[in-house]
Ligand binder design. Structure first.
Ligand SMILES: [Zn+2]
Ligand SMILES: [Zn+2]
Length: 483
C-alpha cells in the first residue's frame, strides 16, 4: 500500500515543490472563507525524471504508451503487479489552503488544472496552509514561496493519474454481484468518526453489502474510533458513494476490504490518491466496477434482493464530487417502506426519490450546510403512515473543518430536516446546540460534540431491530447498539 495510506500517526513534513490537483472546495461558514483541499505529489520525485517511471518531460504520449503497454487487461496478474509497484511509490501529500477574499477567486479560476506549488514550513500560528504526509498524519504548517500556478506538465500528469485502466461496468455485471444477497432486514450506520460507512444486514445480522467504508481523515483523523475493523463475513460487496477519502479510508485501515468487489462512480474529478486506491483494490485481488456518468439522468438501476426487496442504484445529477455520487434506495415491497442512503449528495441532485415511505434516512454530507433550497424528504408520519422512522447523522466527535473549525452537524441541516417533520428531540430545544446532546425523537447520531462516540445505529423496516454489538461469526465488534 502507498505509505500515504499508512495508519501510523506521524508528523508531516513540507515538501519544497508539489504538483497538486483540487479535490474539494468547502465553504467555511459564509461565503468569505473557503477551504480548498488538494491531492498532491512531490514534484521533485525521481520517478518523474527522464529515466523514472513517469518522465513528465517526455510528455503525455510516452506516459500513456507506457501505461497502455502494461494495462492491456486489468485482470492480468502481471498488470496488477505493475500497478502495485507504480502507485505504491508516489510520494503523496494532502494540501489544504484556507482562502479569503480575492484568493478565493484566484484559486477557483485555477480550478481542477494540475498546479505547481512552491512551499516552505512556517511557525506562524493560524498558517494558511496545512500539509499532510499521510491520510492519518498530523499536519505541518506551511506558506507559499510563490503563488500556485498551472503546471506545464498538466497533460503528462493527467496521463499519469487517471482511471482509464478501469472499464465501465455493464448494468448486468453489477446486478450479478448481488445474486443470492437476499432479505435485507436492517440497516447499520457505523460509527467511523467523521466519515460514512453504512451496512445492510440480512435476518441473521450478516452484511449483504456496504455503502461506503469511510472514517475520519487528515484534520479529522483523531475522530476515527480505534481499532477500526469491519465484519466482512460473506464477502460483502462495497458500494462507494463517491471518491472522497472520508468515504473509503476505512478500507486502508482494514485492508481486508480491498479484496472485495467495489462498485464506484466514474468521476472525472478523481485525483491521484483515488487512482492509487483503485490500483490498491486491484493489486489486493479485489474488483472495481465503475458506474459511468450518464449524459441525462436515468432511471435507477434496479437490483433484486430476493422476493421481498429491491435495491435502486442511481447517479446523483450534480457536477461536483459530492453531488455526482451514487445514491441508494433499499425498498421493502410488502411493507412499502424504504431506506435512503445519500452519501454526500444533496437532495436537489437525487433524481428519483423513494416511492415508499421512509423508514430510514442518512442525512447528506454528515449534516453539512448544503446551501440548498430543496426541502428534505419528509418522514412518513406526515403522510399518515406508520410512524417508526429514523434519521441518522454520521459525524465524528469534535470534528472540525478548516481553520474556522466549523463542525457537523450544522444548524442549517438540522433546521432543514426538522422543518419537514423529523423529530429532533433535544437538538432543537432552546439553548441546545445541535449535536452536543443526545437527540432522541426520530434522530440518532454516531457522536456528540465535542465528545464522545455514541457507536453505531441500527434501523429496521417498521420497528427498532435488536442491537448488534458483535458479529457472532467473526467476533468483530459491530457496535450497532443504538436503536
Ligand atoms: Zn462477521
Ligand atoms: Zn463526506
Amino acid at each position: 500500500m502507498n505509505p500515504y495510506f499508512n495508519l501510523k500517526t506521524r508528523h508531516s513534513e513540507v515538501p519544497r515543490r508539489v504538483y497538486a490537483r483540487l479535490d474539494n472546495v468547502e465553504s467555511l461558514g459564509g461565503a468569505d472563507t473557503v477551504l480548498f483541499s488538494y491531492e498532491a505529489v512531490n514534484a521533485d520525485w525521481e520517478g518523474f525524471e527522464g529515466d523514472g517511471l513517469f518522465p513528465l518531460d517526455l510528455g503525455a504520449g510516452v506516459i500513456s504508451r507506457r501505461r497502455r503497454g502494461s494495462n492491456a487487461d486489468q485482470n492480468d496478474p502481471k498488470f496488477r503487479r505493475i500497478l502495485w509497484k507504480h502507485y505504491d511509490r508516489f510520494p503523496f501529500y494532502g494540501v489544504e489552503i484556507t482562502a479569503w477574499g480575492q484568493e478565493i477567486r484566484f484559486l477557483l479560476d485555477l480550478g481542477y488544472s494540475w498546479l505547481e506549488m512552491l512551499l516552505e514550513p512556517t511557525d506562524e500560528k493560524d498558517a494558511q496552509i496545512q500539509v499532510y504526509s499521510g491520510l492519518f498524519a498530523k499536519p505541518a504548517a506551511a506558506k507559499f514561496i510563490w503563488p500556485p500556478r498551472r503546471s506545464k506538465h498538466s497533460r503528462a500528469l493527467a496521463a499519469t493519474f487517471n482511471m482509464s485502466a478501469h472499464p465501465n461496468a455493464r448494468p448486468a455485471q453489477i446486478q450479478k454481484v448481488f445474486k443470492g444477497r437476499v432479505g435485507p432486514e436492517s440497516l447499520g450506520i457505523c460509527d467511523v468518526g467523521q466519515g460514512n460507512a453504512n451496512v445492510v444486514l440480512d435476518g441473521n445480522g450478516q452484511p449483504l453489502f456496504y455503502f461506503d467504508l469511510g472514517c475520519g481523515v487528515k484534520g479529522n483523523a483523531p475522530t476515527t474510533p480505534k481499532p477500526l475493523s469491519f465484519c466482512l463475513c460473506g464477502d460483502p460487496p462495497i458500494i462507494l458513494s463517491h471518491w472522497d477519502a472520508d468515504h473509503w479510508a476505512g478500507a486502508v485501515i482494514d485492508p481486508r476490504a480491498l479484496h472485495r468487489t467495489w462498485i464506484a462512480p466514474r468521476q472525472r474529478l478523481s485525483g491521484p490518491h483515488q487512482v492509487a486506491l483503485g490500483a490498491n483494490i486491484l493489486s489486493h485481488g479485489g474488483r472495481l466496477l465503475l458506474v459511468p456518468t450518464p449524459t441525462v439522468p436515468r432511471a435507477p438501476l434496479s437490483i433484486s434482493l430476493g422476493s421481498t426487496s429491491v435495491l435502486y442504484l442511481q447517479r446523483a445529477t450534480g457536477k461536483d464530487k459530492n453531488g455526482s455520487g451514487l445514491v441508494l434506495t433499499v425498498a421493502q415491497k410488502r411493507l412499502d417502506r424504504a431506506w435512503l442512503l445519500t452519501g454526500d449528495a444533496d437532495y436537489a441532485y437525487i433524481h428519483t426519490m423513494p416511492h415508499s415511505s421512509l423508514a430510514g434516512l442518512v442525512v447528506p454530507h454528515h449534516g453539512a450546510d448544503m446551501k440548498s433550497a430543496t426541502p428534505a424528504p419528509a418522514p412518513p408520519k406526515m403522510k399518515n403512515k406508520p410512524d417508526y422512522c429514523r434519521l441518522a447523522y454520521s459525524f465524528g466527535p469534535g470534528n472540525k473543518n478548516g481553520r474556522t473549525s466549523i463542525s457537523h452537524p450544522t444548524t442549517s441541516a438540522v433546521t432543514r430536516h426538522n422543518t419537514v417533520g423529523w423529530d429532533h428531540g433535544n437538538w432543537v430545544k432552546t439553548g441546545n446546540t445541535p449535536g452536543t446532546v443526545l437527540a432522541g425523537g426520530d434522530v440518532r447520531a454516531t457522536a456528540s460534540n465535542p465528545s464522545p462516540h455514541l457507536n453505531g445505529i441500527i434501523v429496521g423496516w417498521n420497528k427498532p431491530p435488536s442491537p448488534r454489538a458483535i458479529c457472532p461469526k467473526c467476533k468483530i465488534p459491530m457496535k450497532l447498539v443504538q436503536t
